[in-house]
Design a protein around this ligand. Sequence first.
Ligand code: MIC
Ligand code: SF4
Length: 668
Amino acid sequence: MGLNLVQKILKEHLVEGELIPGKEIAIRIDQTLYQDATGTMAALEFEMMGIPRVVTEASVIYVDHKTIQMGYEDKDDHEYLRTFAARFGCYYSKPGNGICHQVHLERFAKPGRTILGSDSHTPTAGGIGAIAIGAGGLDVSAAMAGRPFYMVCPKVIGVKLTGKLRPWVSAKDVILKMLQILTTKGNVGWVVEYFGPGVKTLSVPERATITNMGAELGVTFSIFPSDEVTREFLRAQGREEDWIPLEADPDAEYQKVIEIDLSELEPLVACPHSPDNVVPVKDLEGLVVDQVCVGSCTNSSYKDLATFAKILKASGRRCPPHLDVVVAPGSKQVLRMIDRDGLLDAMFEFGIRLQELACGFCIGMGQAPKNNSVSVRTNNRNFYARSGTETAGVYLVSPETAAACAIEGAFLDPRKLEEKYGVKYPEVKMPERFLIDDSMIVPPLPPEEAERIEIYRGPNIVPPPPNDPLPQNIEGEVTLRVGDKITTDHIMPAGQRLKYRSNVPKYAEFVFEPVDPTFSKRALENKDKGIHNIIVGRESYGQGSSREHAALCPMYLGVKAVIAVSIERIHRANLINFGIVPMYFVNPSDYDKIEQGDKVKIPNIRKALIEGRDQVDIIVTKASGEEITIPLRLDLSDRERKVILLGGMLNVAKAFGTKSFKEIEIKE
Ligand code: MIC
Ligand code: SF4
């Protein structure tokens, strides 16, 4: 039997284990990326590992999230990262150079490589034929130090693309269709591989839009073949030598196959507050729009912005008075090219507000919409409160639909633009040569010079707090009980709070702020009294971002276990990395038996982990005094059990350096 593309690249990089879906494997990592919001903590963790220099082909640090700089904290963090990069042999992409995933695709990603990034949208680079995975900062730091990355050998969904997108329908609609089919729940342990005749009709940035939002499906990564289209993209980026052809064998097999006929798709929109809440744009026509935001790592390529700008220009209209149209190009390359082509001016003529080349509105850094408003955006997440305004609804669309909404001031199916405003669909060709300017990417220093660099540490740089090994018994209370699809934006809000990413005690004050602002204080009080905190969730707990702070800050507050029906992949790995036990209901209906405030005892949890047990019983005491026993599944690999027993990955690194897990023995 032939191999699919995923199997081929994994096989090349396999360090431990066998390629059997569901079994834990370890793979070698070629490239890594940090961004500034997760990178400061990850870099501090790297420093604790005591490695003199990164060992990867390329490790890049991007400053793109914390660029508003209200107060000294953000710039202090940038300076820490800049000097860290110089000291340890990383590339440093300066603030203003662009969004990590867009720039990485343009300048670093290569087909056939493995890329690990401390950001959940790292799979964007799957558009170029790389296996690109989002992970917690600690895992990325370990890869920079030469440790392999551990993951569950994935099951592969093959998505056969046929046909060709019709005018006004674009890559965003493909991934919104995928979200409609697969939803954001239940895809842990899967990856997506695109194949079929439709692939060649999509440019690399379009493919990258599709792999980018694979993160919203909850799959570990998504990947496209590397073909002539990939070669042309790399040639236009001046890096044809990075190209290799890569595709599945003709007789490759997939665990599941979905077929999408591109020519049958229509413009789609994801409604608040979940990226899988997808309906056709035509169903919302007439709904007044208050804000349109174009950009983010999903749709900020040259093609996206050129298409958007050309539509605005062709309409000959001006921005309606009630509407704000915000544009954040993805990289300096994109901005300079649309400027060169006169398209920036066309957008200004329409009446846009230009934002910095950064994540910005996507992560709630500025542009918070007004209360109870409708915000139409081309980014990838519309989670509750992420925009910075709890009462606003965010709708996720393509650049074409964003343009139609901007012109109309209300929802409009972009296919109606021709009839209503005389706008013909603009054909934007991929440039033969992109404008290449790497002057804002600082390359690594040679080792002799790097050793002399002193790392800058401002007062906001606080090393990660220590954790104790797992106690014999967990005894405490359900400090918080939440429902389905709790995202890491619920657990650890970004936006205004982002500046505390390198200061855990301070950031921990905001854990679960959008859900229950009293949580942090209550948890800390329990911790001071020796009462363990336990969180209970339902399905898809920990969706969304890779921010390890959603585990690290709860750890600091004394959270010892998270009990849920299902937990998303990156968050689960982060919990383990910080010594918190992820546990699952054997009977999902037992969720209903637990209430917030119930007392919980998990006797001999330490022993259970040492013995490698799969299931434990917990004793829940209700306010009435009634006691119930609930069975929970553990589902941990041997390696994961060791990490938790030792109190997290930092303790492992401190005590055992780069020793393999097989050599680590824990007796009691
Ligand atoms: C996001 O889109 O939520 C972020 C901000 O890029 C995060 C990383 C972070 O929280 O810093 C992600 O996607 O991993
Ligand atoms: Fe930045 Fe938004 Fe992309 Fe996250 S999803 S990396 S915040 S642009």
